[in-house]
Structure formats: C-alpha cells, structure tokens
Design a protein around this ligand. Sequence first.
Ligand code: ATP
Ligand code: MG
Length: 451
Amino acid sequence: MIQIQIPEKVNIIIRTLAAAGYEAYAVGGCVRDAVLGREPADWDITTSASPMEVKALFKKTIDTGLQHGTVTILLGNEGFEVTTYRVDGEYEDFRHPREVRFTKSLLEDLKRRDFTINAMAYSQEEGLVDEFDGMGDLKRGIIRCVGDAQERFKEDALRMLRAIRFSAQLGFVLDEGTRAAIRKLCGNLKKVSAERIQAELVKLLTSPHPERIREAWETGITGVILPEFDVCMACMQRNPHHIYSVGEHTIHALEQIEADKILRLAILLHDFGKPEAKTTDSDGVDHFKRHPEVSERLAQGIMKRLRFDNETMRRVLRLVRYHDDHPAPKSASVRRAVNRIGEELFPSWMKIQRADILAQNPNMQEPKLLALEKVEELYGQIIREKDCVTLKQLAVSGRDLMAVGFPAGPKLGEILQYLLDLVLEEPERNEKGELIQAAVCRFGQEQEGKE
Ligand code: ATP
Ligand code: MG
C-alpha cells in the first residue's frame, strides 16, 4: 500500500470526521504533490459530511464557500478547506456549473475533477483511492483528462490552459487525446474570465518549464488568450544580432531568467512591440527602432485585459520600457540609469538584460555580456558608496531652498532636478552648503527680495 506523509492537523480533521461516521480524505493537488515528493501548497479535504455537519464538529470554522460546499477549518493559525463530495451539474457557457449537487459518493466527486493526477484521494486508514490510474500517469509523466477530454473541456474551458500549466510545473507531456481536444476546443477559452486565465498564465510562466508556452501556442491557446504572442512567433528577425523569431527569442529568454512573476512577465512582453516597429532596410536587414515604447503600450493593454493589479503592472511596464537601454559603462551613466529606471527595479533590470542577451545570436554575446558586467560592477560600487541616485537622497530639500529665499512653487522642483543632475554626475558634490551655492549661482534671480 502506498504511504503518504500527511500533516498531523490534516490527520486530525480526517479522524474527527471519520469518528463522527463520515468519510474524509485528502484530495487533489496535495495527494499528487505528496506522491511526487513536492511540498503541497495547501491540503484540501473532501468529505461525505455536509457543510453544516462539518461546522458542527469543529470549534473554529469560516464559511469560505458554503454554496460550493466549502468550509475552512482553523487549527491554530492554519486553515484547511474541507469540501463536501459534489458533482457539478450541467455547465453553462463553458465556465460555470449551473448548479452544484452534493453526493454521498467519493467516486462521483473524483469524476468531476480535471486530470487523472488530480483525481486521487488518500487517508491513512483507507489508503489511496485512485480510480482513473492517476498513479500510472504520474509515473509516466502524462497529463490526461478524467474521462472524455472533449466533454471535460466543454464543461470548463479553463482546464485546457490548466493542462499546459501542469505540464509546465511538473515537466509532463500531454496525453494525445487531451491535446487533440484542446486543438479542437481552445476557442471556448474566450468565454473564461480574465482573472482565472491570469492565475493559470502566471503559474505557467513561473514554472520550471516556461518554454511550455510553446505548447499553448501550438495547440491554439495563445491565439485565443494572447494573440499578440502568435504575432511574435510569426515575426522573423533578419538581423545579425538574432537567430530566432521574436517569439522564439522570447521563449529562450524566459528560460534564461529566474522563476519570478515580475521578471517572467516582463520578459514575456518585452518584445511584443517588435512586429509593429519592424522595418527592413535596402540590404534586407530588419530593424526594430523604438520597439520598447510600442511593447510598453501593448503590454499595458494586455495586462489591463488580463486584470493584473496596478503594482504588478507598474513594475512590469517599467522593465519593458527600459529593457533595451544601454548605459555607457561609466559611473555617472549608471547612476543616471538607476535614477531613470528606479533604485528598486534596477537589479531586476540587469537580470532582464542578461536574459535578453543570452537569447540572442551566441556569436555576438560576448561584448554585450562584458558591457553588462561592467554596469553590474559599477552598480555595486554605487550601492556600496551610497551615491545619491534619487531626490530623496539629495542633501538639499525644497524646504532648504525656501529657507534661503526661493519661493514655494513648481520652480523648486526644477531646481532640485538641476541639483540632482549635478550630483548624478559628481556624487561628491552631494553636500548641503555646496548645493545651495550651486542653486543660488544658477537660479539666484529667483530668490525673494532679489531683483
Ligand atoms: P496548485 O494548488 O498546486 O496550483 P492544485 O491541483 O491544487 O494545484 P487547485 O486549483 O488548487 O489545483 O485545485 C485543487 C483541485 O481541485 C485540483 O487538484 C482538482 O482536483 C480540482 N480542480 C481545480 N480546478 C478544477 C477545474 N477547473 N476543473 C476540474 N477540477 C478542478
Ligand atoms: Mg491547490
């Protein structure tokens, strides 16, 4: 019998339910992950008890989604979702079950789940319940729908993107029938909410295999949820710096950067403007002048469409906008770049640059990498020496300027910017007396009482 390590609190919940005469199992993703030796994100429990029956057995519970049968049980500071066995009724427009019906049969509950590897249940007493050979598919490394793939995707179109997401997280391949069903039904993804698509897309991108987005393209999924990506896949780059299409370059760059949401999103979107910015000169060489601006505009539209939050958007768009900047390998240029791109984002920006270079023509990489290393080194120095790179760090404030007679108003901002520019050039000048003198010297006629 297969043994799975279950956290003690999950065991307590299962045993409490069993002692009251109900069935209860750990189910779904946590069983899959435990078998694979991955740390489950959360432990979900499925039970024959109704939500009210569950609530009656535990002191602290939260009504997470009573209409779906879900109650969260709090043990200490941890929450566990307990969901009553259910069957999803008929589906409406490929996304919402018209109704949720509770059932007394574990098997019925497992049947409604998306993939065989996600449709296993486990308890210490009963062992593994694996009706659809999820174990076999885990061993073989296959993502396969429970039952008929087309039917499952017609019920909920998001499952098609989930199939690719799990293949990317686990390094699994799609079962052929499952893949064929995606090819046929991917158009239904149009009707799925942006929030659900966003969540799966981010999981795919931040997985160990972000290159599996290629599979989302091959099966037609990106054509529906991210058509701009398909345009990049079709955009050739006849240019000595490149050996890939824009889309393939993007995929290679995704593989060259760590699995961080902001970084992977920025890389995904960084060259989306290239197809629109592309020109071909008389020698047949392609150019992509000012493509970062176009990428930024397209990325903004896409991120709004997928309902990303403002903070994620702000960071990603900034990295996209500046991804192709090339500060000279001089201290002052790097300080100016840090000021422009933002202190907080600059380390990310350097990672973006490296990944971008590593996905370009290998014969042209060396000088680019050397220049980037110089920038990285200068950045290190700037940080160590605490050089001033923002208005906040300037030794003089608007208040200081007012104290020596400059009137309040927008002019103050201009003066501060002038002083910051001086200091970005020569950091040793970041000293109050010196800067006030510089301000008086340049803008003295603005001071009150001086005509
Ligand atoms: P993770 O939490 O690591 O992203 P997971 O497998 O736990 O992966 P969840 O989205 O948390 O995925 O869902 C938990 C379980 O619920 C799944 O394992 C699956 O059994 C079932 N499930 C979730 N979403 C769907 C869906 N759209 N269609 C069918 N079953 C689903
Ligand atoms: Mg989960």
